[in-house]
Every structure is written in C-alpha cells, then in structure tokens.
Design a protein. Structure first.
Length: 623
C-alpha cells in the first residue's frame, strides 16, 4: 500500500459513487456539526457583550436565545421546502440564480463562500478555545494548535464523504450525549432547588457592572452575536446529492434531527447559565474559561465527566469545520459550472470529491486563522453576515419559485407564506447584525462580498471571451498549408541538440539554427558546424539548415533570441514559425537547481510576447 493510499484511501472508480452516499446517521456529523456546535459558542458570543452589565447580564441571555430559536424554527421550515423543491441541491446560489437572476446568485455565492471559510476558522478556533479552558497553559500555542487541526481536517476530508462521516460519528455522539446529560441533570437540579441550584464548582465572580441598563443598541449587538448559533443550517440543503435514496426524505430527516438537538442545547445552555449565575469571561484575559467549561463544572464538578465533556466539545468544535469542507467544494463546483470560478473546481479527485475546493478552503482558512491569531472572539464579528445574506436570498428566491408554479399548485400560498416569512425575518436580522457588528469587523465581510463578486464576474468575462475566440463551426481549412520556418536555439552541439535537429528535419525544409555568441565564450558553434552537422545532411541530399550567429557583447542570451524570432515572424507574413526548444529532463526534482532554466524562461517569454503564428515545441532529453 502506498503512502497516499494509506493517508487518503485508495482511488475510487466512478462506478463506486453510489457506495459513497450517506444516510441520516452519517449526515448529522457531516452536515450538522457546524450548526450543533454553535450551541457552544453562540450563547457565549452573546454573553460576552453582556459583561458590562455584571451579574445583571445573565438575566437577558435567555430571552435573547428564545428569540434566536424562534428565528431558527422559521428558517428550518423554509429549508424543508427548499429541499423538496430542489432535490439535486438547492443552496442559496442555485435558488437565487434561477429565481432572482445572476447578480443575486453571485451575491449569494460570495456570501456563502466567505461564510464557509469563516465557519471553518471559527469552528477550529472555538475548539482550541475549549482546550485552552481545560488546559490554560496551552494559550500561547493557540495559533499552532489551530493550524494542526486544520491540516488534520483537510487530510480526513480528502478521504471522501463516507469515510468522513464514519470518522466523525463518535465525536458527534459524545458531544451530543455529554451536553444533553449536562442539560438534563442541570435542569433537574435547578427544578429541585426551586430555580437556584448550588454549583459544585463556583464560577469566577462577575466583573463589576460598568453599565446600568441594557440599551437597545447593546441588545441589538447581543442578538447579532448570538445569531452565530444559526450558521450551518443551510448545509443540508446544499448537500442533498450526498444522501442515498430517497435523497429528499433523508435530507429532511437529517435537518429535522439537527435542528431539534440544536434547539434543546441552546435553550438548555441559556437557562442553566442564568440558573447557576454564570457570566462570560473576557476571552483575551488570563484565566479565561468558556461558558460551557464553567457550566459543566458547576453541574458535575471537575471530575471525569468534566474531562470527557470538554474533550467531546473540543473534538466536536474542531470537527465542526467539516461542514464547510463538505459544502464548500460543492458550492465552488456549482459556481464553476456557470464559468464564474476556474474550471479546476469541476475536477473530481481520487476519492470522487472535488478536491481543489478542499485545497482552496484549507488555504483560505489558514490565512484567516493567522491574521486573527486563532482567537474566536476576533472572528465572531465577521461571522453570520454571509450566512444571513444567503438565508435571505434563498428564501426570497423560493417565494419567486412558488409564484412561478402558478395557482394550480395545491399548497402554493402556504409555501409562499413560509418562505416569505423566512425572507423577512432573516432580512431584518441581517440588517441588525450588519449595523450592530459593522465597526467591530463586519465591514470586512461587507467589503469582501462585492470584491469577490467582481472577481467572479471577471472570471466569467474571461471564459466568455475564450469561448467566443475558440468557437469554430466551419469544416477543416486546408488552404495555404505550408511548412513552418523552424528555429532551433542551440548553445552547443550535444545529444539534446541532435534530437532537436532530427525532429526539425522532419518538420520543414527551412531550418534556422540560432546561436547567441557572447564575448567570453571561447568556442562557438561554427567550429563543428560544417563537419559534424552539414556533412551528414549533405550526404543524404537534404535541405541544408542555416546557421545564424548573433553576437552578444553584454552576454545577454534570451533578449537577442526573442528579438530574432519576433523579427523573423514579421518578415514572413502568413508563415508559421516553429521554435524547437531542446531541454534536459532530470530524474529528481531537486536536480533542477543544478541547471540553468533558460529554456523555461524563453518558453514563458514566447508565450507572453508571441502570437498565433509562433509555435513552441518542447524537445525533451531524459537523463
């Protein structure tokens, strides 16, 4: 077994694609970890902004989470309808493009691409944050830990959807199980104590209040931060094609299970935080602890269950980035199918996945983690903008979709109402999040969206121009066929030069061997020309090649060659000029450093400065 097979799995034939489809059990970790684990950082992101209220801040978190859950339910019903309407994958890009036009589709595409990169970055950084809460001594190594987890995630995802689901199953079950037990036991103890349970491990004291009342502006910011708990909800509708038959049924079942668990966890964390008197701590301060860490310690202490729970939170948060790895390659493929991204995103790798999307996501996420130091709180302000923009466009597109079905559709009015309500609710939330988080960093996302749209439009324009120039509807044109003028740059006479000369004699009767002779060169090509080259050619009565020697007083090689080739092309309108470039191919990649790369540079210059009548032909000599 090769190393690549061991790390990434054996190559899969196209006929094996059906076996790679997944069911509900595997769909939850593959498409739901991002949404589920947002219960770990969503409430905390909101509670962090309540720190200025001191102990009073804990009274507001439950109403905020209830409002977010209400919005989550609306979006849930909307996406169930989207799955029914688009069984082949109905992400925001597809829905917006087909119903609202190309510009709306590009807006959704840009928003989703940014959202997926942020999903990966926030998931990994939140997982490392959970680890640091349990082992504070690791805080100086935050960024390194983030990058290591990112590399491991990319490696696992290169094995394909099915293997990814199997690998992530145990961490997902542990995460859901431990947090559910914590919520159940915590609520039971709270009810037994009349709503005021005594924590087994007292949380750190709240900071002194610096604000007396919760202003509307602060409330909007708290709600906006808490809305990060809704990211990842769209993942299932994007990945319907990954499920086994019946696809839509399994996709809807998966979405239902994910949303139900998320609602329980969100409400449980919010309620227990209030009951146990837990407030957020400053993420940048020494001794930082996550809300979940304090909550589990308050309910169970810091024994084995605490260690197991924090380990499951760490693994699940880190692996939650997998939602982005599952959907980002599919999204880039759909965009590339419409020529708005490079066609390399259409290629499927050895494991039947769009591996170039994985490469791109890994690189972009690494850049983001490095820029923001791997700290979740630094990334949160950029988060949720893309998700809610995609939500809004998708739901608005679905309203148009149902309208197009005509009055004969049995439940057209109900579907339009549900999707319309979803569009209005997420649209208002988008404005709230954008305004509340603008100065804190959301302006970066707001700026990146139009920039990314501009890039995609430029890519589309390029492909359109290429298709226009390359289109040929006429039969093969056989008029004015003439042998090309062959140009062979030659530094010396050796086996590589001989191979190029033999090939040139087959191509044309008009060959020009060009030798650039510098002042510090002792011997030129003239010394061996007549006897070694012309002699055998005359003996076979072949057309004699012409030796062109170009003096170079300043030891330049490439510039004189380029000038000669371009001038030759101008002097022979209508003729092709074939430039044969003899080059040595070494056995090991590192041996390239031992030889000059003039041939590669000349090839690049000919491609950049040449035209349709200049043809470059490589003549390799393998060592």
């Amino acid at each position: 077994m090769s190393i690549s097979d061991f790390l990434f799995g054996r190559p899969l034939a196209t006929s094996e694609e059906r076996a790679e489809h997944i069911g509900v059990a595997a769909g939850i970790p593959v498409f739901g970890l991002d949404a589920l684990t947002s219960a770990a950082y969503g409430p905390e992101a909101a509670m962090t902004l309540l720190i200025p209220l001191g102990l009073m801040g804990r009274n507001y978190i439950l109403p905020v989470i209830v409002a977010i859950v209400g919005l989550l339910v609306i979006v849930f019903f909307s996406y169930r309808q989207t799955i029914d309407a688009y069984p082949n994958g109905g992400g925001s890009y597809t829905v917006a493009s087909e119903n609202l036009g190309n510009r709306a589709g590009l807006l959704a595409a840009a928003a989703l691409m940014i959202d997926y990169v942020l999903t990966a970055a926030v998931g990994i950084s939140a997982g490392v944050g959970a680890l640091i809460s349990a082992v504070p001594s690791l805080q100086p190594h935050t960024l390194v830990l983030c990058l290591v987890i990112l590399a491991l995630l990319a490696m696992v995802n290169m094995r394909g959807v099915r293997d990814t689901g199997a690998v992530f199953m145990i961490p997902t079950v542990l995460f859901i199980g431990t947090l559910s037990i914590m919520v159940a036991v915590g609520v039971w103890r709270a009810m037994q104590s009349g709503g005021h349970p005594v924590p087994l491990v007292a949380p750190p004291p709240a900071l002194p209040a610096t604000v007396e009342l919760l202003r509307w502006w602060l409330l909007a910011k708290v709600f906006a931060s808490g809305c990060t708990a809704m990211t990842g909800v769209e993942a299932v509708s994007n990945g319907v094609m990954a499920f086994s038959e019946p696809k839509t049924k399994r996709a809807k079942q998966t979405l239902t299970v994910i949303i139900a668990i998320l609602i329980v966890l969100l409400l449980g964390v919010a309620y227990l935080s209030k009951a146990y008197g837990i407030t957020a701590t400053d993420p940048g301060a020494n001794g930082y602890q996550s809300v979940l860490s304090m909550l589990v310690a308050a309910v169970f202490g810091r024994g084995w269950f605490y260690q197991l729970t924090m380990a499951s939170v760490l693994s699940a948060l880190a692996l939650s980035a997998n939602t982005a790895f599952a959907d980002f390659p599919r999204l880039t493929r759909m965009i590339a199918m419409h020529d708005y991204l490079p066609h390399v995103f259409l290629l499927r790798g050895r494991r039947l996945l769009y591996s170039h999307g994985v490469y791109a996501l890994t690189g972009l996420t690494a850049v983001l983690l490095i820029l923001f130091g791997g700290v979740t709180d630094n990334l949160i302000p950029l988060f949720a903008i893309g998700a809610f923009l995609a939500f809004t466009l998708s739901q608005a597109g679905m309203v148009v979709h149902w309208y197009k079905q005509g009055p004969e559709h049995p439940r057209r009015g109900w579907h339009m109402f549900v999707n319309g309500l979803g569009a209005v609710a997420t649209g208002i939330t988008l404005l709230v999040v954008l305004v509340a988080k603008f100065m804190a960093g959301a302006w970066v996302t707001a700026l990146l969206v139009p920039v990314l749209m501009g890039i995609m439009v430029a890519v589309k324009r390029h492909y359109t121009r290429v298709k226009g120039e390359m289109a040929e509807q006429c039969p093969l044109n056989l008029t004015n066929l003439e042998q090309p003028i062959v140009v062979i740059p030659m530094a010396r006479w050796d086996k590589i030069s001989e191979k190029a000369m033999r090939f040139g004699l087959l191509m044309s009767k008009e060959i020009k061997v060009v030798h650039v002779h510098s002042d510090d060169e002792r011997e030129g090509l003239e010394e061996v020309w007549n006897e070694t080259i012309l002699g055998p050619i005359k003996g076979q009565e072949l057309e004699e090649p012409e030796l062109v020697t170009i003096p170079s007083n300043y030891r330049f090689i490439l510039a004189p060659l380029m000038d000669y080739i371009l001038e030759l092309e101008k002097e022979n309108p209508g003729r092709k000029v074939a430039v044969l470039l003899p080059e040595m191919v070494v056995k090991h990649w590192w041996e390239n450093a031992l030889h000059n790369q003039r041939v590669q540079l000349l090839k690049l210059m000919l491609l950049l400065k040449g035209n349709q009548r200049i043809v470059v032909v490589n003549i390799p000599w393998y060592l």
